[in-house]
Design a protein around this ligand. Sequence first.
Ligand SMILES: Cc1cc2nc3c(=O)[nH]c(=O)nc-3n(C[C@H](O)[C@H](O)[C@H](O)COP(=O)(O)OP(=O)(O)OC[C@H]3O[C@@H](n4cnc5c(N)ncnc54)[C@H](O)[C@@H]3O)c2cc1C
Length: 399
Amino acid sequence: MARQDVDIAIIGAGVVGLATALAIAPTGLRIAIFDAQKEPNEPSEERALNAWSRRVTALTPASIKFLESLEVWQSIHATQRVGAYTDMCVWDAEGTGCVQFTAEELRLRELGSIVESSVTVDALKRRAALVPNIQVFWDTRLDALSTHSEGAEMVTSSGDEVVASLTIGADGGRSKSRDFAAMRTRTWSYQQQAIVATVSVEPDHAATCWQAFLPSGPLALLPLADQNLCSIVWSLDETVSQKWIDADDEAFIQGLNAALSGRGPRVTAVSDRQAFPLVQCHAVNYFSHRFVLVGDAAHSIHPLAGQGINLGLSDARVLGGEICRAYERGADWGASQVLSRYERQRKGDNLSMMAAMQAFKWGFGSTDTAMTMLRNMGLNSVNALPRVKKWFIQQAVGG
Ligand SMILES: Cc1cc2nc3c(=O)[nH]c(=O)nc-3n(C[C@H](O)[C@H](O)[C@H](O)COP(=O)(O)OP(=O)(O)OC[C@H]3O[C@@H](n4cnc5c(N)ncnc54)[C@H](O)[C@@H]3O)c2cc1C
């Protein structure tokens, strides 16, 4: 068993773990990242329907700016797999309510960009490989962790012992590091699954994010870099999701077009499908002795507004900023005061987004006539009232 001493250990080399490492890297602190998965292959350059990764994220301008500051966005952009969108159209499939807005109204070039998660991870991974004080250990699972006032000791699946002054849990919604550190969570299942797939559309996606709110949850059509391809995220109750997973392509396409109720482009072909259980989970506290949570390990939310990754990137930016500032002052950068400043800045934002998701889920889950009228009025008044609408837009583009 070898022993490794590092300043900061990060558990999880997903988008958030890698971005956090890059945000801290200017300090020169020794950072080791451990990920249970084998090193991911390079993302596909193929553009056929089945070659696009099923998991995509809608990156807001704020997230893109952060990725630019890490010198990562430039290489994501160079892949030519970035679906920039200028318009958003959200409607109530059971009623008449609708919200529409454009980048032009906000004097922005675009409202955001749809990118495959695998492309973002690959760009972050390549950037991290150029930074001498970051080391990434793939195929190395965290098997044990004990924290104390001086730091933490860990054991990995390679049998090595790791000693770190600060440990960052970035190991996703089912975080083991969070469990080892005995951090409590509030968790509830929506008893829903999200079906994800790539679809061909006609005429084209018009650089628009299309989202239908159905009683079962939202169906989003997210524009990919190719103008006739979209990624879908369709949230469905567990009782009906299996029917759609098992359906043949023709029936599935018909079901999608019926759910879109004639708004947005028509779906003409579909790739293989995947499904994910939908769970909302929030850590009661984001830090304990020399241990701190970021990304889905701290908060996983319903994908209905596509904000999961944007919240996680904000965590990475704020935690990285606090650690860098403490380091520059010559202060103890792993101290509770530093971690609590991070928690104070992020918890409110994350909680309000989770509450909004819950309210949407509740409001649109109802088939009650009064509720239908109310939510139609809600969506239409958001469209009508410039100040409220502006607030709504700012959430969508990340402030
Ligand atoms: C169906 C679906 C659709 C979504 N759509 C969107 C969207 O449109 N927009 C959006 O913003 N977000 C979306 N999300 C959410 C988004 O995918 C997550 O918010 C994001 O991936 C979280 O990033 P992360 O780095 O925190 O965690 P993850 O991406 O989960 O990364 C965690 C990493 O930790 C590693 N790991 C786990 N356990 C261990 C261990 N014991 N030891 C070492 N390593 C470990 C894993 O291998 C993984 O690489 C969606 C999610 C789902 C399920």
